[in-house]
Design a protein around this ligand. Structure first.
Ligand SMILES: [Zn+2]
Length: 281
């Protein structure tokens, strides 16, 4: 520990400044989305088995709903542009724009050079949870995804049902490519239903049993044509441990809805970011 300078208290008292004020961030038209959703028709359903992942497609203008089915279960969500896997969800910038946990009205942003909304959250049955006494909330963009590499690094036994591997197998099945080839497209997730925060003393990432119960759901509006993949985490409700078969695990349901014809007339998917990519060169 170093010795604090004489003006340590004054330095610590500097005023926090929000890095990215969102007043100028284009706001989603939630009223339009609500009208589109009211007349929407279910067009598909995918059941994700415990300790596995499945892919799903949602055309731009459609909706998808992730639901808790038989028991408390968290899910790890990846999103790609259905026509270009190199455009994918950017967890870090989404966190910088919206905060550590997402809820209704927040958007899932894509990576550079695109940086545009891929999906907008339109319903969250767990929005009542807020931030609890431990500083935890649900649906975080602070974790990454459980994976066999970190597990090995920390001395765990080889385990193949981590979310990273589940997502890799699902994307391999979807594309017909070998797992080792598609693995590079798997990225940091939205932790659906997971309850997480940072400890107050050491600021370490922690998880606690998810408050999710059967019937709870998180719903999204697809801003562009999406390929998604959802893993039902081997951690179950993530109240104890992951990267093993110890936790009770349950399926997750994905439902896809198409808006009624005409409701979205005049609406267009967001264009890629306006920066010219010259980088001053
Ligand atoms: Zn996981």
């Amino acid at each position: 520990m170093t010795t604090p300078p004489p003006d340590a208290a004054a330095r610590r008292a500097a005023r926090p400044v929000i890095c990215y004020p969102t007043e100028t961030l284009p706001a989603p038209d939630l009223g339009l989305y609500a009208r589109a959703r009211a007349e929407a028709e279910k067009t598909g359903e995918v059941l994700v088995p415990p300790r596995a992942a499945r892919c799903f497609h949602v055309p731009a203008g459609g909706f998808f709903r992730i639901s808790c089915v038989d028991g408390p279960q968290v899910g790890d969500l990846n999103l790609w542009n259905a026509a270009d896997l190199s455009e994918r969800f950017y967890s870090g910038k989404t966190r910088a724009l919206h905060g550590t946990h997402l809820t209704t009205g927040h958007r899932m942003w894509s990576c550079f050079p695109h940086l545009r909304p891929m999906a907008t959250i339109t319903a969250d049955s767990l929005s009542w949870y807020g931030i609890d006494a431990d500083g935890a909330g649900v649906h975080d963009v602070i974790g990454t995804r459980c994976d066999p590499y970190t597990n090995a690094l920390l001395g765990g036994a080889p385990y193949h049902q981590c979310c990273h591997s589940n997502l890799t197998r699902a994307l391999a099945a979807e594309t017909g490519l070998p797992p080792a080839e598609v693995e590079r497209h798997v990225h940091d997730v939205l932790n659906v239903f997971m309850c997480t925060g940072f400890t107050r003393d050491t600021h370490q990432y922690f998880m606690k049993a998810s408050p999710v119960r059967p019937g709870d759901h998180l719903e999204f509006f697809a801003e562009i044509d999406l390929l998604g993949a959802l893993s039902a985490c081997p951690g179950g409700d993530c109240g104890a441990e992951h990267s093993s078969d110890t936790a009770a695990c349950f399926p997750l349901r994905i439902e896809v809805f198409a808006p009624a014809p005409g409701v979205l007339n005049g609406w267009k998917p967001p264009t890629p970011n306006s920066y010219d990519r010259s980088h001053g060169a």
